[in-house]
Design a protein around this ligand. Structure first.
Ligand code: FMN
Length: 480
């Protein structure tokens, strides 16, 4: 009907099975303007933020031609899936600006920190120049798309579609919530400054091992190199460093099999499992992340995404560590908060979350040193630290969700039994049923198909009821 367009940028590695895509497709039916879906994962963007490969330029072209962009993704360790971050990294590093366009988001999640994630998405959208129209946040399920509160989700989709329709009709662009932050702090190519590390080294009198994980190659990141050098020099323990950029740790594909395997084993065959093993063997763990796209560098983010299988067990209990965020100026506090949360979730006690930019170099250097000394002490004295940052205490963790939402259909029977997950309360007594039915693959497939059919029918009925007074949008799908 008009030339205005909405572009759904789909970042879920689960691609066609994505719950967020399923939700966005529902929303799209109410758009009055044409829309297209672009699969960001399929583009296989490189991790090099400076590279403008054809697949990237094609996405940029779609974005430039669109009037509204809808980030469509599953929550992926408190941010977007790393494949979507590759896109953001390039947009920030290469200086793109989408002023006068609208952004919105459709996210599905397990309801862990939805607000934080969507707020980050709003923030990065605004820093890219977009006016942010709003978002839909729904609980996603690997088999059934959006689940729980289905009426609310569907109505939220219709409301957001209506807002987009009205904004596109009269050229309205919402005002920004966040002041503009210097672009360099968002760009992954900007690194924090190094600092002098020249006091005499501490004697290696302790027999423990500390593992430092840093995303960027240290030879290209002065700040992280100085932090790492401090740890080497001032810790009384052995220190090992892994530079993830130089290791083969690919993005999580969202198969959830780690959740259903004992020990959270990942099915992807790269270096992740070996690094995970090492994490279990050492005594201390330190994450050193560089800020990028409003979060941390994509190498560390990719690794943390892959840790999903151990994020809920938590199998790294009894260890201590700390986190450092560099190269992000005012954005370091959020990044450090993020890293601390993720470290704590695996069971490691995080004794500090450091940021570089708010302090003068000597003060920061002294703080890093003091924190390393504290980590040595924590390891020796086994500090007791209350789990005040963790979220394991409440019942939303994914493993609990798995146990309570019927996703046990695919789970590892022995693991679940051992962890008494069938004892969790579940809607309609599904877990009691599972105890009996679990092992049969055929039955499992049939149950999923039956449930899918029920859900599709109920969705159809709700839509028919809505259409008695409402209407579908006039837009059409124009995906290439
Ligand atoms: C690696 C990984 C990380 C996840 N991180 C979060 C998270 O931080 N918060 C949350 O609520 N759900 C999280 N989830 C659950 C997914 O967001 C949820 O299943 C979502 O519906 C997936 O959407 P999709 O099918 O479109 O990818 C995570 C799932 C995976 C596999």
């Amino acid at each position: 009907m008009t030339t205005k367009k909405t572009l759904f940028l789909c970042g879920s590695p689960r691609r066609k099975r994505s719950a967020s895509l399923c939700t966005a497709k529902y929303l799209a039916r109410f758009l009055d303007y044409d829309y297209e879906f672009v699969d960001v994962t399929k583009a296989k963007l490189s991790t090099d933020p400076g590279e403008a490969e054809p697949a990237f330029l094609k996405i940029v072209e779609r974005m430039q031609m669109a009037d509204a962009v809808v980030w469509t993704f599953g929550a992926w360790v408190l941010f977007v899936p790393v494949q979507m971050q590759y896109l953001l990294d390039k947009l920030f590093a290469q200086g793109y600006d989408f002023r006068r366009k609208i952004a919105a988001a459709v996210m599905t999640s397990a309801r862990a920190h939805d607000d934080f994630i969507l707020d980050r998405v709003r923030f990065v959208s605004e820093q890219l120049g977009f006016g942010y129209a709003g978002d839909v946040s729904a609980v996603g399920n690997p088999f059934f798309g959006y689940v729980d509160d289905e009426e609310v989700t569907e109505d939220s989709c219709r409301v957001l579609a209506g807002q987009l329709n009205r904004a596109l009709a009269d050229g309205y662009v919402p005002s920004k919530h966040y002041p503009v932050v210097e672009r360099r702090y968002l760009s992954p190519t900007y690194r924090g400054p190094g600092f002098a590390v020249d006091d005499p080294p501490a004697p290696k009198t302790s027999d423990k091992t500390i593992l430092v994980l840093t995303g960027n190659r240290l030879s290209e990141d002065s700040a992280n190199a100085a932090v790492t050098e401090s740890i080497h020099r001032y810790s009384r323990n052995r220190v090992e460093v892994i530079e993830l950029q130089d290791r083969r740790v690919g993005p999580c594909v969202g198969c959830y099999l780690c959740d259903f395997h004992g020990d959270g084993v990942c099915v992807l065959k790269d270096e992740y499992e070996a690094i995970k093993q090492r994490l279990h063997q050492v005594d201390g763990v330190i994450y050193v992340g560089t800020c990028a796209s409003g979060m941390v560098d994509c190498h560390l983010k990719a690794f943390l995404d892959r840790c999903w299988g151990i994020a809920h067990r938590p199998s790294l209990g009894g260890k201590y560590g700390f986190v450092v965020a560099t190269g992000g100026g005012p954005l370091e506090a959020e990044a450090a908060w993020y890293l601390r949360g993720v470290l704590n979730k695996t069971g490691t006690r995080c004794i500090a979350a450091l940021t570089q930019s708010a302090a003068d170099a000597p003060v920061f250097a002294a703080t890093v040193r003091r924190t390393i000394e504290d980590l040595d002490r924590a390891l020796d004295e086994k500090w007791q630290i209350a789990d005040r940052f963790g979220t394991r205490g409440v019942t939303w963790t994914f493993r609990d969700l798995v146990a309570t939402s019927g996703m046990v259909l695919r789970a590892d029977y022995r693991f679940h039994k051992e962890h008494r997950m069938f004892d969790a309360r579940s809607p309609g007594g599904v877990n009691a049923l599972m105890r009996l039915l679990f092992k049969s693959k055929r039955l499992e497939q049939r149950l999923i198909a039956t449930r899918q059919a029920q859900i599709a029918k109920a969705r159809g009925e709700r839509l028919a009821a809505y259409l008695r007074h409402g209407r579908l949008g006039k837009g059409e799908e124009i995906s290439g």
